[in-house]
Design a protein around this ligand. Structure first.
Ligand code: ATP
Length: 587
């Protein structure tokens, strides 16, 4: 298969804003792809080479791409930079420059998908001294055989700016239609994806073995399971109502979610975003080896920073000190952790994800050898509001954020990859004026003045609009920053700085500095109001108005465990706004 076929499909996909059409185009592409390449093509359409949890990134800086383009097209770097300033897109610039060159060359070897993938793979895996030169050579080689259109998509891919907007769910739909036998078979394919987090692998299996093959797909140790997520409600009455009058209330620990995978003496830890984070917690790995009494297991828990002297839990942000390449030994001593375990998904060959909560909890209890550092999440069965309130107070007193209320009926299976009503969170913040903290994406910044001269004065923050796959500004925040935060921000944000507003950001503001949506911060505000200038959930409450968060304050929590797309959504802000109105109406 030639890469030109993929480039043609990308061009058509890009031209349509309609998801259904996009799906049809993807179906066509997948049907025309040889079975042995399906997985690779699926990764490529999402701008990847591997599933996210492998942590392998393309890693070509725009500067290097410009250099390669200059070499191959015979143009000066400054000319290319000039053009890029105007186009704002390395892809379009590449297309134009390669087209110019093509007029004077005759020979060109057709690029196959296999070759493009292999070379991209080599580039991604090249590291150490001389890596820049090797990457440059590989990329130049690829570009010199590329047509203008192919060059456009190759450069977007390697610089991480191929944004066709093909969400996981669109790929699943397309696979169901192309290879499952119809859209209605998606649930089986989706299940395989939810328990493997690997769209390429799922695509390969369904293409090769059809629906029956995919139905047999099983949970496997070291393939992360997409996490089950909780809904939220503001009162114990509503929670009990929703859960059929009774539930198990569990301490909601404030740390980092960890999905641990163990096979014999080998242990891998995945974060909530399913990144491998084993190297941050060598102590937790030892703990798991010693205290998980199973040959094979996939368990979930919250990793919490502890004060060993008092035995108290420390704030979530202390775990930040574990995110480092060097000096982890010292960080382990300074910032010790404990694991509070809350779920068992797989134990010794048995897939527990389809079992109700109480069965899973029992399995968890059996498999954990208790110690003072690996502890079962404290819980109690409750059947009325008073019990729930009392346990909530106890949780707060013990330093927790609140409670996770879990359904205990037959349907209380582990809903991998879904946010549902089987788990409902009940947090302290709900009791204060502002409903809850929100997690917002930094999309821009304003220069500081006076005391803040030379630093950022305020950040422009956005919610994620899931339907449109965009980020919509919701507030400008300059409060709650300590001196340390002000020093950390540039370090954290400069990597994401871009010369102009990001194409997925919706804003009426002109920020002094723009960022690609990547950094997520936890913010507490006083209230949500209608706003003529912020674009969050525009027109959903009233035509011409968006929603804004007033009096925002940074809580000090860097949500490094969240991707931009995991931020609070615009729809969640709409719900919070409505909830807030209801409360005002009641009083
Ligand atoms: P979400 O993960 O739902 O998108 P979030 O990251 O903002 O939201 P919270 O709203 O604070 O997190 O609540 C969910 C998180 O609570 C879980 O992802 C998990 O890390 C944590 N947690 C702590 N204790 C428990 C528990 N006993 N059971 C389940 N989750 C727990």
């Amino acid at each position: 298969m030639n890469y030109a076929q993929i480039a043609d499909a990308y061009e058509k996909i890009e031209a349509t804003p309609k998801r259904l059409e996009m799906t049809d185009l993807l179906v066509e592409l997948l049907k025309n792809t040889p079975v042995n390449l399906i997985g690779k093509v699926v990764y490529l359409t999402q701008g990847k080479l591997y599933p996210d949890f492998e942590g392998i990134e393309m890693g070509i800086a725009e500067k290097l791409a410009i250099k390669a383009l200059a070499r191959v097209s015979g143009s000066r770097e400054s000319e290319i930079e000039e053009d890029l300033k105007k186009s704002g897109d390395i892809g379009e610039t590449a297309q134009a420059f390669i087209a110019k060159k093509k007029q004077s060359t005759f020979f060109q070897k057709a690029l196959t998908v296999q070759r493009v993938y292999e070379l991209l793979d080599k580039m991604a895996k090249t590291s150490g001294s001389g890596a820049v030169d090797s990457k440059m050579a590989l990329l130049s080689g690829l570009l010199s055989d590329a047509s203008p259109k192919e060059a456009k998509y190759i450069l977007r891919t390697v610089t991480g700016s191929l944004r066709l907007g093909i969400a996981d769910m669109t790929v699943l739909d397309a696979l169901a239609i192309a290879y499952g036998g119809g859209k209605e078979t998606r649930e089986f394919i989706e299940r395989a994806y939810n328990i493997s987090s690997d769209l390429g692998k799922v695509a390969n299996i369904v293409a090769e073995k059809g629906l029956e093959g995919i139905k047999k797909y099983k949970v496997e140790v070291f393939e992360p399971i997409r996490p089950m997520l909780a809904e939220r409600l503001a009162s114990p009455e509503e929670i009990l109502d929703k859960l059929g009058g009774k539930c198990v209330a569990e301490y909601k620990y404030d740390g980092e979610r960890i999905q641990l995978h163990k096979k014999g003496n080998e242990v891998v830890l995945f974060s909530r975003r399913l990144e491998k984070i084993s190297n941050q917690y060598p102590d937790a790995i030892e703990l798991v080896k010693k205290c998980v009494n199973a040959e094979e297991a996939i368990l979930e828990g919250e990793c919490v920073a502890m004060d060993l002297e008092t035995g108290e839990m420390r704030p979530f942000q202390e775990l930040m000190h574990r995110r480092r390449k060097y000096g982890i030994e010292q960080a382990m001593v300074q910032y010790p952790v404990s694991l509070f375990m809350f779920d068992a998904l797989f134990v010794d060959g048995e897939d527990l994800t389809r079992e109700p909560y109480l069965v899973r909890r029992k399995a968890l209890e059996q498999v954990i050898v208790k110690s003072d550092k690996i502890i079962l999440a404290k819980n109690v069965k409750v059947g009325n509001v008073k019990q729930l309130e009392e346990f909530f107070e106890e949780a707060i007193e013990d330093g927790c954020e609140g409670l996770m209320c879990k359904a205990i009926g037959k349907e209380s299976v582990y809903q991998a990859g879904a946010r549902g009503w089987q788990w409902i969170k009940y947090k302290r913040d709900y009791k204060s004026e502002m409903t809850d903290t929100v997690d917002l994406v930094v999309v821009g910044a304003f220069h500081g003045r006076g005391k803040r001269a030379g630093a950022y004065g305020a950040l422009l923050l956005a919610t994620y609009n899931k339907e449109k796959d965009t980020f919509e500004t919701v507030t400008k925040c300059g409060t709650g920053f300590t001196d340390k935060d002000l020093a950390i921000f540039p370090e954290m944000l400069q990597r994401h700085e871009i010369p102009r507003k990001h194409s997925r950001v919706q804003s009426t503001f002109e920020a002094d500095v723009w960022f690609e949506p990547a950094v997520v911060l936890e913010i507490l505000g006083a209230e949500i109001t209608l706003s003529p200038i912020h674009l969050c959930a525009m027109d959903s409450i009233r035509k011409g108005s968006g929603l804004a968060i007033r009096f925002p304050r940074f809580t000090g929590k860097y949500r490094t465990d969240k991707a931009a797309e995991d931020a609070t959504t615009s729809m969640e802000i709409v719900e919070m706004y409505r909830g807030q109105l209801k409360k005002i109406g009641e009083s």
